[in-house]
Design a binder for this molecule. Structure first.
Ligand SMILES: *[C@@H]1O[C@H](CO)[C@@H](O)[C@H](O)[C@H]1NC(C)=O
Ligand SMILES: *[C@@H]1O[C@H](CO)[C@@H](O)[C@H](O)[C@H]1NC(C)=O
Length: 380
């Protein structure tokens, strides 16, 4: 009996020490490549410095020798990460077109990032007499690629009217680039991710992390950023030591009577194993026909949406005439159709109010356009 008790005691002390130092020294806590670089935390992780469970598959970052944060595409092409917005689930990367050998296609296939329009740009090398105004549609001027005697421009290929490129210009290359509306490819590309969905944790100030090996995520803890680590240790020792003493006392008392309760223990083990039977996984998104049944409308020329501020809350770009918007019934929130469709495939709830939509009611987003259960074009 005595050895049994002392073994238990050693085990409990071990658990206690482990709980303070194991979780206190958190290998997954936010990190950086440099103090000016973006914060790296779940779903991202720093490869080589943090174990894989700290991040979500596909979100590995690394640091280069200049302490810049890098994301490596499946093509082995590394791009510098300028900024990560965890609440908007957006990552900004530098396409790095200021070095002639780096002007190449950027493809997102095989990455967790999506939601971009793929634009094709043709880079041209012109004599220095040619300016932006020599083109019918304004090109992007890349001073970083030119010199005294020549200038380099990028023209959006699907915008080039026939004969628009001045004769003295020479084609360098045509590349495809994933852009969100109005990204300036000289500065950055902004890419979005939808899974994992950590926005609720970000807004609550809690920590998003993996819940299980199936890639489900959950919010953990309360906002820990304001509490210094020393205080946390102090708290855990102050509360932990008396609690430990109590637990040891209770365990000693119970183990003294353990034999009398053998059959009961067996019963409780059975109950326990029933309680932890895993639940079947559930899918959370909606199917295509359900999504298509939500009201979709094409914006008219002068149409303004009634209550939203003119910006799609998902891709954060403004509504433009002729764009398709979709409404979620019940909550009357509007989104670009392409944005909300992607969203609803993964999540069955409205991204703003998290209501579960129902297909029953139809809404008219604004008076100058009509909306039916599917595509309706309006002129205003
Ligand atoms: C542009 O053309 C000039 C002269 O033809 C050449 O010296 C220069 O290297 C070219 N620049 C690029 C970026 O191709
Ligand atoms: C620019 O052109 C002038 C005259 O054609 C030439 O002397 C000069 O070396 C050129 N400069 C560069 C940087 O190519």
């Amino acid at each position: 009996m005595e050895t049994q008790q002392s073994l238990l005691l050693i085990f409990l002390v071990f658990l206690f020490v482990e709980s303070i130092y194991g979780s206190g020294h958190d290998e997954c806590s936010p990190t950086f490549c440099s103090l000016t670089g973006p914060q790296i935390r779940f779903p991202f992780r720093l490869r080589g410095r943090q174990p894989s469970h700290c991040g979500f598959p596909g979100f590995d970052l690394s640091c280069n020798k200049k302490n810049q944060t890098l994301f490596t595409l499946p093509s082995n092409h590394s791009l510098v990460v300028n900024h990560i917005s965890y609440a908007s689930q957006v990552i900004s990367i530098d396409p790095d077109f200021c070095r002639i050998e780096r002007i190449r296609d950027i493809t997102l296939a095989g990455t967790p990032f999506d939601f971009s329009i793929e634009d094709r740009y043709t880079f041209v090398n012109c004599s220095s007499q040619v300016s932006e105004f020599s083109f019918q549609t304004m090109p992007l001027w890349f001073p970083c690629l030119g010199s005294v005697n020549h200038s380099v421009f990028a023209v959006r290929t699907d915008w080039i009217p026939i004969g628009d490129i001045p004769e003295s210009c020479e084609n360098i290359k045509t590349v495809s680039v994933p852009v969100r509306r109005f990204d300036d490819i000289r500065r950055q590309l902004t890419l979005m991710w939808f899974r994992p969905y950590c926005r609720p944790c970000e807004l609550d100030g809690t920590t998003c992390g993996l819940k299980n090996d199936d890639g489900e995520t959950a919010c953990f803890g309360s906002s820990s950023d304001g509490i210094p680590r020393g205080t946390k240790y102090g708290l855990s020792i102050g509360i932990g030591v008396p609690a430990l003493v109590c637990i040891i006392g209770i365990i000693c008392y119970i183990s003294g009577r353990a034999r009398n309760y053998n059959h009961r223990q067996r019963q409780s083990i059975d109950l326990f194993s029933i309680a932890i039977t895993p639940q079947p996984p559930t899918t959370t998104g909606l199917d295509g026909p359900t999504i298509a049944s939500y009201p979709k409308t094409v914006l008219g020329e002068s149409c303004r949406l009634a209550k939203d501020d003119g910006t799609c809350p998902i891709c954060l770009s403004d509504y433009k005439p002729k764009e398709e918007v979709r409404t979620i019934p019940e909550c009357n929130h509007y989104f670009h159709a392409e944005c909300i469709d992607e969203w609803l495939k993964l999540n069955a709830t409205c991204p703003i109010c998290r209501n579960s939509p129902e297909t029953s009611s139809l809404v008219t987003p604004c008076s100058s356009m009509s909306s039916n259960s599917s595509n309706t074009t309006t002129q205003s």
